[in-house]
Ligand binder design. Structure first.
Ligand SMILES: Nc1ncnc2c1ncn2[C@@H]1O[C@H](COP(=O)(O)OP(=O)(O)OP(=O)(O)O)[C@@H](O)[C@H]1O
Ligand SMILES: [Mg+2]
Length: 345
């Protein structure tokens, strides 16, 4: 999946289809869409009722004939047709009209590291359905590294950790390419599930999906580190009686509950470091790890990594949009190509 900067500069728009959010960058306009990858369908007529934020609010609150679907899951477009319809709505008429005016519409898209040919094909098909004549795929790891300003093109190692919703990707980059990388199928969703399971087992409480985020936020201010508040109150439904109930949750127990997904991320980092040439690991010891992706904001995650690896850990300024901003910068030609002097003989 190596595409030249020259090709990218000719693209008119770039898309990052994430399991949790869809983001679109249009050349000359910037980031125009950053919305949940959710669509609400009328199952009787097949009509699309809502997309994005509004559709997400409907989750779990719909009558029988409305179904809320996520066309992207685990970093792959699982329903190409709905993904296209969702994108069309998210873009809106005005932007679509301006894109349609381009004679040969070209698109770029982020693809997860290690995406299989089928997953790549699904991304391409989705964008072809939107009118793109040609689609360039860029590795999310490279796009995110560019987006958070890592000096990827230098002969020094940088380590990047892309913490998405469905997957976490970790890589060591040097000279503009991936030296070694790993993709782990755990992310923000696995952490949310761990919290839901914990409350169900320990407190017999069913937590609506939409309350997981407020719980994480309540734990903010280093809540997931040992120095945060000792407990927090949350509301849910009693598993046995079905009645609404609120409980005080011990934050230390929640912290333990989410250890399993976080530990597999640590294992992945360990594996990449073991595979990496020693010279690069020496660079990493002082440059540290850059965290991007929405789940990088999980309170206490950076601290955990710092303690486990002994390396400096930084969170990018806007971790959630790094990948799409990076690919956008490449579209706008703000990234200079790497010139490897061929040592003219
Ligand atoms: N402030 C926050 N605290 C904790 N988690 C957060 C926060 N903001 C976002 N997240 C989590 O980040 C995830 C979304 O991150 P992101 O937008 O990078 O995912 P994505 O690109 O859609 O997913 P993927 O790249 O895996 O397909 C969600 O799982 C969400 O729970
Ligand atoms: Mg992503």
């Amino acid at each position: 999946m190596t595409v030249s900067l020259e090709q990218l500069r000719r693209c008119h728009f770039a898309v990052d289809l994430g399991a949790s959010r869809t983001r679109v960058y249009v050349k000359g306009m910037g980031l125009v869409v950053d919305q949940p990858s959710v669509a609400a369908m009328n199952t009787r007529t097949g009509a699309l009722i809502a997309v994005g934020e509004f559709a997400e609010k409907m989750t779990g609150r719909t009558p029988d004939y409305i179904r809320v679907v996520k066309p992207i899951s685990g970093g792959t477009v699982v329903d190409i047709e709905i993904a296209q319809r969702m994108l069309r709505h998210l873009l809106g008429d005005k932007i679509r009209r301006s894109l349609r005016r381009k004679p040969r519409l070209r698109a770029a898209a982020c693809a997860p590291y290690d995406a299989d040919p089928l997953a790549q094909r699904a991304i391409i098909e989705t964008l072809v359905g939107l009118g793109a004549r040609r689609v360039e795929l860029v590795d999310t790891l490279i796009a995110a590294a560019v987006g958070c300003g890592l000096p990827v093109e230098r002969p020094e190692a940088s380590m990047i950790l892309v913490c998405g919703a469905a997957a976490t990707q970790v890589a060591v980059l040097s000279l503009g390419s991936i030296v070694c990388a790993e993709r782990l199928p755990v992310g923000g969703e696995a952490v949310d599930n761990a919290i839901v399971q914990h409350l169900r087992h320990e407190h017999e409480l069913m937590l609506p999906n939409q309350s997981v985020r407020p719980l994480e936020l309540a734990l903010d201010g280093n809540g997931l580190t040992p120095y945060g508040p000792a407990s927090t109150e949350i509301h849910g439904r009693d598993v046995a009686t079905g009645l609404a109930r609120s409980v005080r949750v011990d934050t230390a127990a929640v912290r333990d509950a989410i250890q399993t997904p976080l530990m597999s991320v640590l294992d992945g980092i360990g594996k990449v470091l073991r595979d990496c040439p020693p010279d690069l690991v020496a660079d990493l010891a002082d440059r540290g790890i850059m965290m991007v992706g929405g789940s990088a904001l999980l309170p206490g995650f950076d601290q955990l990594l710092r303690e486990a690896t002994g390396m400096p850990v930084h969170i990018a300024e806007r971790p959630d949009v790094c990948a799409v901003q990076g690919i956008g910068a490449m579209l706008e030609g703000r990234i200079e190509p790497l010139v490897l002097d061929p040592l003219a003989a």
